[in-house]
Ligand binder design. Structure first.
Ligand code: CP
Length: 322
């Protein structure tokens, strides 16, 4: 693997999930693989889990890490090719990425969508310019349309849970439900897109439920069942992934904050064995009830824990191929 920006960069996603699960058992088995190698973690947006778990993953592999909040601390970057830079942007990504590549053996980037310019966001302007102009592998720590490190941790968590939990989850085809949840702000589609992309690539039985108007880009959901009745969608679910996203068609819009879409225990009366997932951060009692987050169904902290091993599996593969 050279760069890691989506599931399509991974030759064998199942093998990568297995690698992450093995690394979780022996986190320091490759503690010298990254000796004298440096990863630069460059953030255009806030982060708790991605920043700490990716840095921890690098440390477990013996890598040095440099973290920079580019959005807040760095020069404002220009991303448009051929731009006449007489505005507020001080440095072109062409120069920044080339120079970062002189300091780092791997560049990891987190960027968010504008949620106003659909074309620019879905062309992945920021991430694709780093991939183009960096001369070292680039890892997405969430981009405008995808969050592949999160999704790898998510599928790893489901696989791990299937192996260790209730017999119904040991079936090769658990029912996975991605349910939209209310939120007070317009959030990216990235986590939902990526979760759908990874689960479908790994041949999970995926149902997506959301209010009318919240249809995701079909490039990511081809093969999933779309069910607008949340109660019906949840019936017999083995894994329920809760996430808000803003509208794709009416791009970036918050069409409803209907609290009846919040997931709580009562909604799971016909999904006795369902385990609950969320990528965090979560708005408690808006997206998900306290009882579910803090209760025995929750896999939420395991997902966060597995972010370390997912990142470690990706970095290991990149280090081994470079
Ligand atoms: N899930 C996730 O990416 O969390 P952060 O935004 O805190 O990194």
């Amino acid at each position: 693997m050279n760069s890691f920006t989506s599931v399509t960069d991974v030759v064998n996603p199942r093998a990568l999930v297995e690698s992450a699960l093995q690394i979780k058992k022996l986190p320091y088995a490759y503690a010298t693989l990254g000796t004298n190698k440096t990863i630069g973690l460059f953030f255009f947006n806030s982060s708790l889990r991605t920043r700490i778990s990716t840095q921890k993953a690098a440390m477990n592999l013996g890598m040095n890490s440099i973290v920079m909040n580019v959005g807040a601390e760095g020069w404002m970057l220009e991303f448009a090719d051929g731009a006449v830079m007489n505005g507020s942007a001080v440095e072109h990504v062409k120069d920044a990425a080339a120079v970062m590549s002189l300091y780092c053996d791997v560049i990891a980037v987190r960027s968010f969508p504008t949620l106003t310019n659909k074309t620019e966001d879905y062309q992945e302007l920021v991430l694709s310019q780093f991939v183009t102009y960096a001369t070292v592998p680039v890892v997405s720590m969430e981009s405008a349309t995808r969050h592949p490190l999160q999704s790898l941790a998510d599928v790893m968590t489901m696989k791990e849970s299937q192996r260790s939990s209730h017999p119904s989850q040991r079936t090769s085809q658990p029912k996975v439900v991605l349910t939209w949840a209310p939120h007070i702000k317009a959030l990216p589609q990235a986590v939902a897109n990526s979760f759908a992309e990874w689960t479908l690539a790994l041949k999970y039985d995926l149902t997506i439920t959301h209010p009318e108007g919240y249809e995701l880009n079909t490039d990511f959901t081809e093969g999933a069942t779309i069910e607008h009745d949340q109660h019906k969608a949840l019936e017999g679910a083995d894994f329920v992934y809760v996430k808000n996203w803003s509208a794709y068609t009416d791009y970036g819009a918050v069409l409803t904050t209907d609290p009846s879409w919040m997931l709580d225990e009562q909604k799971l009366q016909h999904a006795t064995n369902a385990r609950i997932m969320h990528c965090l951060p979560v708005r408690r009692n808006v997206e998900l009830s306290d009882e579910l987050i803090d209760g025995p169904r929750s896999l939420i902290y395991t997902q966060a824990e597995n972010r370390v091993y997912a990142a470690q599996a990706v970095l290991k593969e990149i280090l081994e191929s470079s």
